[in-house]
Design a protein around this ligand. Sequence first.
Ligand SMILES: [Zn+2]
Ligand SMILES: [Zn+2]
Length: 401
Amino acid sequence: MMNERYAQLSSVQWWRQDLLKTARAIVVGAGALGNEVVKNLALLGWGTVVLIDFDRVESGNLGKSVLFTEKDIGRPKVVAARAAAARINPDCTVVPLDGELRAVAGAGLFARMDVAFGCVDNAAARIALGQLAGLTGCLFVDGGLTAWEGVLRLYAPDDTSPCYGCTLTEEDLADLTLRHSCLAYARRAQYGQGVPTTALGASVTAALMVQQAVKWIHDDPETLPVPVGEEIRVDLADDRYFRIALPRREDCWLHPRTSSPAPAPADWDRADTDWAGLLSSWRDATDQPDAVLRLPMELNARVTCLQCGAVRAVDHIQASSGSPGDKDNSCSECGGRTVPDLSNVVTGDETWTGLSPRATGFPPWSWVQAGLLGVDTVVHLELPGAPPEPELAGLDPRGRK
Ligand SMILES: [Zn+2]
Ligand SMILES: [Zn+2]
């Protein structure tokens, strides 16, 4: 039954509301741009929107965030945005994930989405997003803003197009290293707070981003071509619009290779209590007693003092996507600076293999790589267990173009 709400949309020649109704998108960043993207998706009756951000609403956000009001100050941005989207259109299900991208979204979540919208403002978050979307075959629509410019870039889930890494300059890479050296700085700069922007730029850019996603969902390249591998730049000061082909660099070290998880080994679902159980399940299934698991994030199990060399076990072992952590890790013996001993391989000898993936900070549907040490393997396995959100738990991975 067609809702009156969409009567006018359905008279657009190629428009198919049924496709939008079942479409799924992930939106990373609930700043000015993320607000506008979610607003547009809700108005159009987009089926499922997973919204990710770790920030709280501040009064300074109200001048350019259509989904937030005074009453939302102090609330998680994703929670406030969900309430507003429900008022705009109850047909659109917004699922809020309050946290850092890598901590709340496993690759398997992206494998269940059609489009990933990047509404972030720094290279580290874009790299993480590009990797997850590229690995799992999800269109990555990356938006960016300055006060007088809107930019979007479209990265296709295939092995011949440019990826986000292909477009990084030496300057970007230096910036990335700088950010990684100070977590507090990276956190402040992560989502839409660094560069002065206006509601106008966000609105224009988000409209272009969602329009590309709508075309992509219709999957009709003749009538509705999607400029994958291109950048679209809108100059709002001089009223100019550019389309630029992005380069594919053969020496790019970030190029994701699209994959799907291998069939889970026997007992995999019952092995979800700890890493040791998962490892032995894979070893038994493949008859490879030396097989290891490679994790998508690093674990910090112990720290070594740079001054006296003392080694100390870390109390709360947690996965990290690359930042060293902002906790005080000074040496308990001499007070000197310590360095973390990071590892992302499960060989069975680690002190933490009795812990579960969840307890060590891996979100549901994370993908791990399985294989032999020294062998460059690309067999991915999805961790057992579904997300606690009922709207997500039932989503199946879908076939990709
Ligand atoms: Zn690349
Ligand atoms: Zn020491």
